[in-house]
Structure formats: structure tokens, C-alpha cells
Design a protein around this ligand. Structure first.
Ligand SMILES: [Zn+2]
Length: 358
């Protein structure tokens, strides 16, 4: 049976915001019941820290999220289990459990310290997205890209250490210069856990055709992202949509500032209903990006990194992970054989992980 493996979701941020993942939450993109309904084999829960957070605060926050991931997995042992290798995932699958892997989004929690990087690896973190939307101590990001012109001196040391540990280097959010530095310097394959194609949607955060080819030449992996802004330039092109989206961001940040306040929770839930009126790309656009990535990188190097729970609005018709089968149905309609669909659905992610961990 085919299983979906997602290379990037931001569910730990939601755990910190007091959401119980064992309950099917109407507004959640990912929770354990939805993962099971969607036939998901495993999912990479990313420990995301904002760029603005000071280093000590980022370390503390990442550790709290890491703890929340373990706690929630331990709370629902009949639904999920932790996984650190593809073999763990196979064992969990045989036991009827969804695997929870951990990644880290933005390397600032390890604070220019190789021992801290090694410690996060020991605690189970299996990839590091070097930056988020801001240059940091490791590297330049796609959103800024002015500080180091690629990797910093510490970023180069961290890259070598990650190669030695068998920890995946994730180039989603990286600036073009950082991307090419890593292609040149990494001794292992590299990944882009949640990135789309720039040829189809001209966003600085998306990968060019040359980058897609380079990832494949390096025996790496790209996971197509579901965020509407990376899928289609039409998203928010209507000024009314853009205005509503801005208000949505404001309401969300008020909720994040105090997720225990029921008034803010209610306001945020109501806003999420209103945000569904915005025009959004859907399954067709997602598979367009998969088609393009497969054309450039080949069928062995493409997967899905949904970015669920980290995106203000999901694609139309794909509001949460339980609906993931629609993507594979669309691929079937476009003539992909089952063997190719299984690769994109998850086999490629497990395979690149094996290549890097070896
Ligand atoms: Zn991201």
C-alpha cells in the first residue's frame, strides 16, 4: 500500500499554541486523526523559530517545542510513534502507527555552537533548514541575502558537521548564493524540504530550473510546497483578497501572542473561516509544480513538503492533510504509473534520508 511521507509541516508551532494533536481540530491542517485518515506514513515536524528571536530565546523555544513533540507522541501511543530513520518508519507502519520525524527550521537555536548542533541531532532532529526569512549566523536567506553572500564561516563548519552526522541540509528559504555554496561544498546529497518551482511562480523562495537540476545531480530531493503564494502568482492579486489577508495576519499574530485567551482563539477561528473566501490555487496547481520538478529533476528526486500548519491559508480543496489523496488522484489522471506516484508520495524522501544517513 502506498504511504505519504511529508517532508515539512509546522505542527510543533501549533503544539506550543496549546493545540491537542490527538483531537481532530476543525482548523488544524495536521493532527494525529487526520494523519491516519489521510493514510500518512510519516511527517517531518519542524521546530521553527522566528528570525527575530534572540539566540538564547530561540534555543529555549526550540527545546520547548521538541519537548512538546515527544510529549504529544507519548500521549497517543496507539496513533503515532517517533522515528529517526527510514527503518523506524517501516517498523511503525507495520505496527499501524504514523511516524513523527523532527526537523529544525532556522538554525539559530544552535547558536554558532557545533556541540549544540550535535546535541539537537542526538535529541532526534534529522534536518536543519539553514535559515528562515532572514539572514542568520549560518547563511543568507532568500528573503534578505545580503549578509554573507552565501554560507558564513560558521555555516561552512556546520555543513561539514551535518555531513559527518548524516543530518540532512535543507535549503528551503536559502538565498540563491547559499544554495549554490551548499551544492559546491556538501559531501552528501542536499534537500529542499518545502519549495516550489520558480518557472511556474516567480517567487524568490522558489527553485529555478538550474537549482532543480543541481539537486538531482547531487542525488538530493525537493518537496513541493502547498502554500498558495508559492504555487501561483494569481494568489492575492485581487486587492480585496490582499487586504483581507493582511487583517488575517494581524489576527493570527494576536492569537500567537496569547493562545490561552478564548477571545483571541475565537477571533482567529472566525478569521480562518473568512480567509477561505480568498481565491487560492488547488490540487491542479500543486501537480503542475510536481510535473515541472519531475521534468527537470527526474522522478527519483521529487516529493511533497506541504508546509501545513505553517501557512495562513491552505490550497483550495486541500484544506488539511487528510485530503492528500486528491494529489495522487490528479497524478493518476495525468498518467503517472502507481510506481511513480509512490515515489513522489514518500519513497523518494525515505531514499534520500537513507543516502544521507549512510
Ligand atoms: Zn518554511
Amino acid at each position: 500500500m502506498m504511504h505519504f511521507f511529508d517532508s515539512h509541516v509546522d505542527t510543533p508551532s501549533q503544539l506550543i499554541r496549546l493545540r491537542d494533536p490527538g483531537i481532530d481540530n476543525r482548523y488544524g491542517h495536521v493532527d494525529f486523526p487526520k494523519l491516519r485518515r489521510g493514510g500518512v506514513g510519516g511527517s517531518f515536524f519542524a521546530l521553527y523559530t522566528p528570525t527575530e528571536m534572540a539566540p538564547d530565546a530561540a534555543t529555549r523555544y526550540a527545546l520547548e517545542m521538541l519537548s512538546a513533540v515527544y510529549d504529544s507522541v507519548e500521549k497517543y501511543p496507539e496513533q503515532v510513534a517517533m522515528a529517526f530513520t527510514p527503518e523506524d518508519a517501516l517498523r511503525n507502519m507495520r505496527n499501524g502507527l504514523v511516524s513523527i520525524f523532527m526537523g529544525m527550521e532556522n538554525g539559530s537555536p544552535f547558536q554558532e555552537s557545533i556541540p549544540l548542533l550535535r546535541t539537537f541531532h542526538r535529541m532526534g532532529v534529522r534536518y536543519v533548514t539553514l535559515t528562515h526569512n532572514g539572514d542568520n549566523a549560518l547563511a543568507d536567506s532568500a528573503a534578505e541575502g545580503t549578509h554573507w553572500h552565501g554560507l558564513s564561516p560558521f555555516g561552512k563548519k556546520a555543513l561539514a558537521e551535518m555531513n559527518a552526522l548524516g543530518m540532512m541540509v535543507d535549503l528551503s528559504h536559502a538565498s540563491d548564493e547559499t544554495f549554490w555554496d551548499c551544492i559546491r561544498l556538501s559531501r552528501a546529497p542536499v534537500i529542499a524540504s518545502h519549495s516550489c518551482c520558480r518557472a511556474l511562480c516567480c517567487h524568490r523562495r522558489n527553485l529555478t530550473d538550474d537549482m532543480l537540476k543541481a539537486l538531482a545531480d547531487k542525488d538530493g530531493y525537493v518537496g513541493i510546497n502547498f502554500y498558495p503564494a508559492f504555487l501561483s502568482e494569481r494568489f492575492l492579486s485581487d486587492p480585496a483578497d490582499a487586504a483581507l489577508f493582511d487583517v488575517g495576519e494581524q489576527v493570527e499574530s494576536e492569537f500567537i501572542a496569547d493562545p490561552s485567551d478564548p477571545v483571541r482563539v475565537q477571533a482567529w477561528n472566525g478569521m480562518q473561516d473568512r480567509l477561505t473566501t480568498i481565491w487560492r490555487p488547488g490540487v491542479k496547481e500543486i501537480v503542475d509544480h510536481i510535473d515541472h520538478a519531475v521534468e527537470l529533476a527526474g522522478i527519483e528526486h521529487v516529493g511533497i513538503g506541504s508546509d501545513f500548519d505553517g501557512i495562513l491559508v491552505p490550497p483550495a480543496g486541500l484544506e488539511n492533510v487528510s485530503l492528500i489523496g486528491k494529489v495522487f488522484d490528479e497524478m493518476r489522471q495525468r498518467g503517472y504509473p502507481e510506481s511513480a506516484i509512490s515515489k513522489v508520495a514518500g519513497e523518494n524522501l525515505m531514499a534520500v534520508m537513507r543516502r544521507i544517513q549512510e
